[in-house]
Design a protein around this ligand. Structure first.
Ligand SMILES: [Mg+2]
Length: 398
């Protein structure tokens, strides 16, 4: 992943509450709390900045919000209305780039790398998007610009509401290092407590901390991920909605082949690539799809449903191998592809009681290989039979 990307993170300000204040002018300037009546079970979904001044926060129990802000205006919220507004906002994003990754109803990443020539520099684009949201949707948004997703998200939060912050590469340390470690992706209360025990309170503390000691406390994979983030390194690509629905790789053979061993070796390598991307994006999928194109361009796709969602290379390989062996007709193959669909967010699944030591081993192996690849590059390690068959042959659709 090149480091010269330009990523924009846009986050609507107090979204649900802002929509209510937009539609009901008498609510402007008042603490508006969306989620339900103060005596109801349940939590605050959004609150206006006026309510935040009283210590009300998202995800706080409504009863607690009432205790802190008894004069607040408590509303149940209107999801249909919010969804309509969200669609308008996303339509604005798509006027600038197709590379839009929705994070939630009010938040998205945009990869501006390819579109600055057309619309101006990143700051101009961010300003235009913010203006269009005010003009067409009637609410404000905060924007963050940086060379990766993590920093762009940090940036959008620095001057909320209605903010616009660009973190340049030379400013990373200055901006990032004073922030508390809880601001790192993947640091929840448990990890934060462990880090505090090591004397690590800020992102800067973590960035300077000895990596081996950190690995001993958190495990090698987490330690490395956090250490990279703390140093402002994040290689995750912006994934559009379509890419999130499925993730796959294909390979066109330099010469059509009927050598099944060769085809399986490629399939293993492709499964490995797909698994790695899934794990990197913290995605897992329940459907494995195999695409097969014969020498005469006959193309077929077959799907297999898994018992549980996975991001493990071996699960993907075994499922796609089964599909291949079932459909293969002995004709020379031109292209093979494997993808995982039906994706959901989440780390590598917890091992259930049905999972045996084999799965634990596979999970460990995948993590170890990811780590080596993170350090030494994509081609540094592979499974024994996954020989690389480099091909630049274009695959033209029939
Ligand atoms: Mg928001």
């Amino acid at each position: 992943m090149p480091q010269n990307r330009t990523i924009l993170h846009v986050d609507l300000d107090a979204f649900f509450a802002s929509i209510e204040q937009r539609d009901h002018p008498h609510l402007r300037g008042l603490p508006v709390i969306i989620g339900g009546k103060p005596d109801q079970r349940g939590v605050v979904s959004t609150c206006s900045y006026e309510a935040r001044r009283f210590g009300v926060r998202s995800a706080m129990p409504l009863t607690e919000a009432y205790r802190r802000c008894p004069h607040g205006v408590f509303l149940p919220g209107d999801m249909a209305k919010y969804r309509a507004a969200s669609r308008q906002v996303f339509a604005i994003f798509h006027r600038f780039t197709p590379a839009v990754e929705p994070i939630s109803i009010d938040e998205a990443f945009l990869d501006l790398t390819g579109c600055t020539g057309l619309f101006g520099d990143p700051e101009t684009i961010a300003r235009k998007i913010k203006e269009l949201i005010v003009k067409e949707v009637g609410i404000t948004a905060s924007a963050g610009i940086a060379h990766n997703k993590f920093l762009a998200k940090i940036a959008s939060d620095l001057q909320k509401p209605d903010g616009l912050v660009w973190i340049k590469p030379e400013q990373v340390e200055e901006v990032l290092h004073p922030l508390p470690i809880e601001r790192l992706w993947g640091v929840g209360p448990k990890t934060a407590a462990k880090l505090n025990n090591l004397g690590i309170r800020t992102i800067g503390d973590l960035a300077r901390f000895d990596q081996q000691l950190l690995a001993r406390a958190l495990g090698a994979v987490t330690a490395q991920q956090l250490h990279q983030l703390a140093n402002g390194i994040d290689q995750r690509p912006v994934l559009t909605q379509d890419e999130i629905k499925s993730m796959g790789h294909e390979h066109t053979f330099a010469e059509d082949t009927a050598d099944l061993d060769q085809v399986l070796a490629v399939l293993l390598r492709l499964s490995e690539k797909v698994g790695r991307r899934l794990r990197r994006e913290k995605l897992q999928g329940r459907t494995v799809a195999l695409k097969l194109r014969y020498h005469d361009f006959t193309t077929l796709t077959r799907h297999a449903s898994l018992r549980e969602a996975t991001s493990l290379d071996q699960d993907i390989y075994q499922a796609s191998r089964k599909l291949l062996l079932k459909v293969y007709n002995g004709q020379p193959i031109r292209l093979i592809g494997v993808s995982v669909q039906n994706l959901s967010r989440g780390a590598i699944r917890q091992l259930s009681f049905l999972d045996d030591a084999t799965h634990a081993k596979q999970k460990k192996m995948a993590q170890a290989m990811d780590q080596i690849k993170n350090r030494y590059g994509e081609n540094s390690i592979t499974y024994a039979s996954g020989i690389d068959l480099i091909s630049n042959r274009p695959d033209n659709e029939p």
